[in-house]
Structures are given as structure tokens and as C-alpha cells.
Design a protein around this ligand. Structure first.
Ligand code: UTP
Length: 660
């Protein structure tokens, strides 16, 4: 099967240490020069692509930030042809340069890369060309399972880019680390890079000064100070790019680690002042940068920010600010646009979220909801929110995941259904429909599009069960823990913390073992749901060390084996429909798939969970909330009313049996 991989590569912005990267390279000739140190961060904006293997060609489709698509690049997977294209210096030369490098060093086959969306602005000092090179290196890495590290991808991107007439620094490929700050050290030929911690959300704003700058001139003038400074100006350049910069970078890394936005802003001001004092005299024409300094000195800007400085080679290119909060960021963006006509981009430095991804399988047939499920997938059936909005069930689940801090969601769909789902989330209704919508509904259209950006659709080609649907997401999940949500349930928290966030918190604070959401169920429910038991880990009887997991046990079996101390008579712990699982679950599901281990003809998740429990242990969390099943006619009816009224309501008793 030709697998498809989704890739996102951000741009990168240099927070501190600009120019010290190449300066550190001069240590090859003068050991007195100090190593360069920079802190970079991946931007919120980036390049989105899908990639898969191709028999013998390198095919690259690109989308520009304005949505236009240049002509597709199709080249034979042949060194001569790729090199020729790289050297041509045209739009696709970067991609061809990396493909040439990958073919030469890893003997890979062909590949198809569809860069279907680009939110990263070009030529704004955010390294869009390096992001493109990292994208191609990563695409080969994934498709041919080369097991390259991030550093090796960066190297491939760098080597590919220098095949082209354009020259790039070694800092640019740091975007390969993703949306995290990274400190890089440049010591002669040696490059070290490591991720930095961020313990609090730091909000930044980058603005395009809409000025002119001549980077080549700046580089040429500053380089005159190397490898040996000839005069006072040169010594000042070396002092700033050496000791002074190192000192600022070390303190900035500590401020980031603490999440101290005020200190980070103050350090930006300090870095700019020292930069101006030491570097401006070496290239006054470019570095006097009137626009940059006017904005930095503006009292309104100072009021809204903790500090700021130039970006990239400096000059009148872009400026970056650490802002006080979301309101001041909004205010600053509006002010800069109104007062100076500047375009702004947000940058967020956030604590790494360990559970970033969620999987929602919606590929089942929904036989128990037939014939309605023939007309519409049951996960898209309507429900009415308490504030009176008609939504498909799936949308409420996606919202639950995003409210819990999830960044990316894979929805597992049936083959052939992708276009339908993509259309729902990514396309506006036709103009005559859209124009008749009330304002509120138009806002919903906007929200759907934004949600669509976070979604990936994965296909389950054959309906082999819930466990198999989860297994289909293994490549997308990769080596990360993930949140799993049933596609035909709705979840309502009894507290301010969404249900899935409760599970994620339990996962992160309890040794990162699997956490399965549970609820206290009545006797007549156990034979319809997965049921667990174990030993309570706290007095509040919320967290459980699971000792047994049974798939739809009989009531007799549950009474004899699944009684959990502390619950009322004939009450059991059933599975809630939410899970946080480490990626090791895929190895267990693989064993089921390879060994064709099935229950009721399907690859079950519970079987894989039991294998995982035996090897790694497993926690159960009694969720502070209510879940509403919508997979059966009667439960759908009850759930519809309960969800709307906010009160669990049982209009009718359940008749049909759950399979799971
Ligand atoms: P269910 O157990 O409710 O199965 O799936 P189903 O096949 O959808 O429904 P029935 O039994 O035929 O009525 C739980 C979740 O797992 C998904 C479903 O779409 C649902 O959201 N699922 C199930 C898959 O994605 N693939 C499968 O092969 C089975």
C-alpha cells in the first residue's frame, strides 16, 4: 500500500544572536573568536504538505501564501536532471537540490509532494526557503522510512539548499525542530542544537516594517571584522557577536525556561541597545534603520510590550516584540497597522504539550443506525447544543479535543469519504447559500475553516473494527502519546476542565502510563461496554490501577470478577469512550493484525489494551463528567435530549445490544 504522510514545517525566527552564526564559523581561522550562539523559534505559520512514494519521478506541487499554485515540477529521479534544476535557481531549485542530495546519499526512489497550503510569508526573514528544503528532506525520510534524526534532516536541507545559487546560513534549517525554541551553537564547522524549555506561554508579535534593507551589504560590512579585527570598529563587532551576545543568550534561555516574558522583553531591549552600540558603526547605512528605531521608541508600542528588537540581519526588515498579554497583542497589531501600515504575524512560545494529537475514528458502518446511516454517516447526525445550535456530533468531539489543548486531530474515515469531510470542514457553502446565512452562521463557517486546518483525514480501507481504525492512524501519530475519542459519543464535563483534559492531566502527572476514562455504570450496562476493575490509587476514588479489562462481560462474570471496592452494589466501572495512550499501543495492535486476532470478527482495541496493560500497567480515571452515546436509536434519542437540556434524561430504555 502506498502510504500518505502529512507534514507541517514552520518557518523560523531568530530571537537572539543574529550574525553570530557565521561569526562563530571564523573560529576555523582565529581561535580567539568565540563560538556563535543563537536562539531561534519555529513560527506559528508554515508549510503544509502531503507526500507519498512515486515509482520513478520527483513531483512537487506548491501553493503560494496567496493560494496560487505555480506549475507542477516533474523531474525524473535522476541525479543529472535534479542537479541541473537545482542550479537553475528557479522556484523549484531548492526542492530539486534536496532531492538530489537524498538520491545521492540515501539512494531513495521517487516521491510526490503536494504542498497544499502555505501560511508562511515569503521573503520576511522567516526562512521560507529553508522550511521548503526541510519539508522535502522530511518527506523522503518518512516515505522511505530512513529513520533520520532532526539534525540529519537539517543537514540534508542545508546541503540541498547550497546546491542552488541562493546561499543560506546554517541557522535557517532550525525550523526542522518545529514550533519550539532551540538554542544553536556555531563553533567553526561544528553545529550543536538543542530544544529549550518554556514553562509559561510567551506571546510575541512580528511586524513587517515595510522598509528596505540590503542584507548582502550588512554581511559584507560586518564580515570585515573577521577573522582578525583591524580596528576599534572591528573589535566592537567581535565583542558583541562574542562575549556580549553569549551573555544575553544564556540569560534569555533562562528567561524562556521560566516563562518570564517581562525578562525576555527586557533582554530584547538590551540586545538591541548593545547591537546598536557595537554593530551600527560598522554599517551605518543599513543598521541605522530609521523605521525600526522609530517603532521601538514609540511610547504606545512601549506601553503594550515588554520589549522588542530587530529580526534577521536587522536593518529595516522586520521587528519582533514580546507583548504583555493577548489584549495588548491585539492592540499592538491594530496600532502598527493603523499608524504605520505594517503587517503583523503572531508568534507563540508555549510549554511543550506532551499530548498534542487526537485520533477520532468515524469509519464504521453504523449498522445499528440503518437506514439513517445510509443517508448520512452517524457521526454527522445532528445534535442541538444547549445554546440552540444544530451541529454534527463529530464537531462537538473536535471542539472537546481542542478545548483540551490538542493541536492536531486525525479523523479516520472510510475510503471515498475524504472529499466529503474535507468539503465540510474546508470549503465555504456556495455564495447564494452563504449570503443567505445569518451573521452568527457566517461566523460558524469561519470557525469550521479554522478547525479544518487542524484536521487530517486518514482512510480505513476495510471496516475491520474499532481497533483496526485506530491502527490506521499509526504513521500519523508517530512516536507520541495521543488522545483517542470515540466518534459516536459526546462528552460534557461537570467542571471547568474538559473531560479529555482530565485524562491528559492524569497521564502527565502519573508516569505517562495509558489512562482510560471510566464511569460508574449500572448493572444492565456492563454487557454492552468494556468494563474495568482494579485498585484505587487515591482516597477520592477517581484514579485506579487497572487489574482487569473485559470486553462486554456478562453480568455474572462482572459480579464474580469485576467488582471494584467502594462502589455501590451492582455498580461497575465501564469505559467512557476517551483514552490517552502511549504509541506502544500500535505494537500491540500490530500483533493483533499480523496474527489476525479478532473478536466478533473485528480487530478490537480492548485486546490490544489488555496486552499493553500487562506489559506497562494502565490507569483508569473516573471522569468528572457525562458521556452521551449516539450509536443506537434509543441512546441517540436520550443523548439528544440530555445534551440539549444539560440533564441526563432517559426517555426510552435501550433495546438493541452494543457490539463493543
Ligand atoms: P462502533 O463500535 O459503534 O461500530 O464504533 P460501528 O461499526 O460504527 O457501528 P455499528 O456497530 O455498525 O452500528 C465505534 C467508533 O469506531 C468507529 C465508528 O465509526 C465509531 O465512531 N469505527 C468502528 C471505525 O472507524 N472503523 C471500524 O471498522 C469500526
Amino acid at each position: 500500500m502506498n502510504r500518505t504522510f502529512d507534514i507541517f514545517v514552520p518557518g523560523r525566527v531568530c530571537l537572539f544572536g543574529e550574525h553570530s552564526d557565521w561569526a562563530g564559523g571564523h573560529r576555523r581561522f582565529n581561535s580567539q573568536v568565540l563560538p556563535g550562539r543563537v536562539i531561534i523559534a519555529g513560527t506559528n505559520q508554515g508549510i503544509f504538505a502531503r507526500t507519498s512514494a512515486h515509482r520513478d519521478a520527483f513531483i512537487f506541487r506548491s501553493t503560494l501564501p496567496d493560494g496560487t499554485r505555480p506549475e507542477t515540477c516533474i523531474l525524473p529521479m535522476d541525479k543529472e536532471a535534479l542537479l541541473q534544476r537545482a542550479e537553475s535557481g528557479d522556484f523549484f531549485s531548492y526542492a530539486a537540490g534536496v532531492a538530489y542530495y537524498m538520491l545521492t546519499f540515501y539512494e531513495v526512489g521517487g516521491i510526490e509532494v503536494d504542498n497544499y497550503k502555505t501560511t508562511l510569508p515569503v521573503k520576511k526573514g522567516l526562512s521560507s526557503s529553508a522550511a521548503l528544503c526541510v519539508l522535502v528532506a522530511r518527506a523522503f525520510n518518512k516515505v522511505y522510512d530512513l529513520k533520520l534524526t532532526t539534525r540529519a534532516e537539517m543537514e540534508a536541507a542545508y546541503q540541498g539548499e547550497i546546491m542552488t545559487p541562493s546561499r543560506c546560513g546554517r541557522m535557517d534549517q532550525g525550523c526542522a525542530f518545529g514550533q519550539v525554541p532551540v538554542v544553536m551553537t556555531f563553533d567553526g564547522e561544528l553545529l550543536k542544537a538543542s530544544r529549550l524549555g518554556v514553562h509559561q506561554h510567551i506571546r510575541m508579535l512580528i511586524a513587517d516594517l515595510k522598509g528596505q534593507k540590503n542584507t548582502i551589504r550588512i554581511l559584507a560590512d560586518l564580515n570585515r571584522a573577521y577573522p582578525f579585527a583591524q580596528d576599534e570598529t572591528g573589535r566592537n563587532v567581535q565583542a558583541y557577536l562574542g562575549k556580549i551576545n553569549t551573555d544575553v543568550v544564556v540569560r534569555a534561555a533562562a528567561a524562556l525556561d521560566k516563562g518570564d516574558a517581562a525578562q525576555l522583553g527586557a533582554l530584547m531591549n538590551e540586545a538591541q541597545a548593545e547591537f546598536d552600540r557595537h554593530l551600527m558603526p560598522a554599517c551605518p547605512e543599513e543598521l541605522t534603520a530609521v523605521k525600526l528605531h522609530t517603532v521601538l521608541a514609540d511610547p504606545e508600542v512601549k506601553r503594550l510590550t515588554y520589549g522588542g528588537k530587530g529580526v534577521g540581519s536587522q536593518g529595516d526588515g522586520c521587528v519582533q516584540f514580546v507583548v504583555r498579554d493577548d489584549d495588548s497583542r491585539r492592540g499592538l497589531g491594530e496600532y502598527l497597522e493603523r499608524r504605520y501600515g505594517m503587517e503583523c504575524f503572531q508568534l507563540d512560545l508555549k510549554p511543550p504539550q506532551t499530548v498534542r494529537k487526537a485520533v477520532i475514528p468515524v469509519a464504521g458502518f453504523g449498522t445499528r443506525m440503518f437506514p439513517a446511516s445510509k443517508a448520512l454517516k452517524k457521526e454527522l447526525f445532528p445534535v442541538i447544543t444547549p445554546d440552540g445550535v444544530a451541529k454534527p456530533i463529530l464537531l462537538t468531539i473536535i471542539e472537546e479535543a481542542l478545548q483540551s489543548g490538542i493541536e492536531e486531530i486525525a479523523v479516520v474515515v472510510r475510503a471515498g469519504d475524504e472529499a466529503f469531510f474535507q468539503n465540510f470542514f474546508r470549503t465555504l457553502p456556495p455564495p447564494d447559500f452563504y449570503n443567505r446565512l445569518p451573521e452568527k452562521a457566517k461566523e460558524h463557517c469561519q470557525t469550521l475553516q479554522e478547525l479544518g486546518d487542524r484536521l487530517t483525514f486518514i482512510t480505513q480501507d476495510e471496516q475491520q473494527g474499532f481497533g483496526h481504525a485506530v491502527f490506521c492512524a499509526r504513521d500519523w501519530v508517530g512516536n507520541e502519546p495521543f488522545l483517542l475519542l470515540l466518534g459516536d459519543h459526546m462528552y460534557v464535563s461537570d467542571t471547568d476542565v474538559p473531560c479529555s483534559r482530565q485524562l491528559i492531566d492524569a497521564f502527565e502527572t502519573n508516569g505517562r502510563r495509558s489512562v482510560i476514562g471510566a464511569y460508574v455504570a449500572e448493572a444492565d450496562e456492563v454487557s454492552h461496554y468494556g468494563t474495568v476493575t482494579g485498585k484505587w490509587l487515591n482516597d477520592k476514588q477517581r484514579l485506579l490501577d487497572i487489574s482487569e479489562l473485559a470486553e462486554k462481560p456478562s453480568l455474572d462474570y462482572a459480579r464474580n470478577n469485576l467488582v471494584t471496592p467502594g462502589l455501590a452494589a451492582d455498580r461497575f466501572l465501564c469505559i467512557y469512550g476517551q483514552y490517552v495512550l502511549p504509541p506502544s499501543i500500535f505494537a500491540h495492535l500490530q500483533r493483533e493484525v499480523d496474527g489476525d486476532i479478532r473478536e466478533a470478527g473485528e480487530i478490537q482495541l480492548t485486546t490490544g489494551l489488555e496486552l499493553q496493560r500487562r506489559e506497562e500497567g494502565m490507569l483508569g480515571l473516573v471522569v468528572d463528567g457525562v458521556h452521551y452515546d449516539t450509536g443506537l436509536p434509543e441512546t441517540y434519542l436520550n443523548s439528544l435530549v440530555s445534551f440539549y437540556t444539560g440533564r441526563p434524561t432517559k426517555l426510552v430504555a435501550k433495546k438493541a445490544k452494543r457490539k463493543r
